[in-house]
Design a protein around this ligand. Structure first.
Ligand code: A3P
Length: 294
């Protein structure tokens, strides 16, 4: 098995897979010139990134399904930090949509001086951990996660892609972006997708009709996305992502953590997360200990 150093590069203290990131791609990202009408969906990995790659173009173009039927998600709404961006950036139509896993402090200088808007998607870290655990089993460019228990400790210590979840959330919660940022949760999207799309549409001043909102929600359902080869990663070779081990669109539900955490793991996880968030002025939208809102 390859070592962590062979598979990941360290960038400002966080780990990034070499398969999709390079020093050139990071330089390119930091030098990207943001436009005022750009929209960036920001996520910690496994929080609903590819879901936003489906929703955003449709909200921005008024529900025209052409891009989600003809362009693979990674080119349709590329990752700011990945090598692919340099190849497709000139083909992006205005207003451009991007995704990023960057914490706030790594965003390019031009992002700060622009009026580009941000949609930050937050997901319960217990479900992120489970989703990420399966993702590490199917993606050959990621380190073997070990046992679930080992992976839980790695996650809390930030020895995983893009570092600690708590650092990511804190960085964006403290971001001084005023009305340039919309916070939305994965759980809200699962519970009522049309309502979440309505919020995004209002935030992006799109004024979409109810009919279009319903159409977008239907198209962006788990079931429809799972069947869309432009969005389900089936175009990616098996030796890179092995969907027989676990599909990328795996379960798409809230609360799968209940099938994986022991009571002891839940207590350790909750304690670890709370310790990191001590003294923060924001509160999490879910209770981590109990099953309420999962
Ligand atoms: P699960 O592994 O829990 O199923 P990311 O895109 O940030 O890597 O996040 C992947 C997670 O988002 C996976 O979670 C995936 O199933 C879920 N997801 C993607 N599209 C979804 C949709 N339309 N509805 C619900 N969940 C979705």
């Amino acid at each position: 098995m390859s070592s962590s150093e062979e598979m990941y590069l360290q960038y400002h203290g966080i780990l990034l897979p070499r398969e999709t990131h390079s020093s050139e791609s990071l330089k390119f990202a930091r030098g990207l010139k943001f436009e005022d009408d750009d929209v960036v969906a920001v996520t910690y990995p496994k929080s609903g990134t590819i879901w936003m790659q489906e929703i955003l173009p449709l909200v921005l173009n008024g529900g025209d399904l052409t891009p989600v039927h003809t362009i693979a998600n990674w080119d349709r709404v590329p990752w700011l930090e990945e090598t692919r961006l340099a190849k497709v950036v000139d083909q992006l139509k205005s207003p451009r949509a991007l995704v990023t896993h960057f914490p706030y402090n790594l965003m390019p200088r031009s992002f700060h001086t622009s009026k580009a808007k941000v949609i930050y998607v937050m997901r319960n870290p217990k479900d992120i951990l489970v989703s990420s655990y399966y993702f590490h089993q199917m993606a050959t460019f990621l380190e073997d996660p070990g046992t679930f228990d080992e992976f839980l400790d790695k996650f809390l210590e930030g020895r995983v892609l893009f570092g600690k979840w708590t650092d990511h959330v804190k960085s964006w919660r403290r971001a001084e972006l005023g009305d340039r940022i919309l916070f939305i949760t994965y759980e809200d999207m699962v519970q009522d997708l049309p309502a979440a799309i309505r919020r995004m549409s209002d935030f992006l001043c799109r004024n979409l009709s109810e009919e279009v909102i319903q159409k977008i929600a239907e198209h962006c359902s788990f079931k429809t996305m799972k069947a869309n080869s432009m969005s389900n990663f089936s175009l990616v070779p098996k030796d890179y992502m092995d969907s027989d081990k676990s599909p990328f669109l795996r379960k798409g539900i809230v609360g799968d953590w209940k099938n994986h955490f022991s009571p002891e793991q839940l207590a350790r996880f909750t304690k670890g997360i709370h310790k990191e968030l001590e003294g923060e002025s924001f509160s999490l939208p879910w209770s981590l200990e109990t099953t309420s809102r999962e």
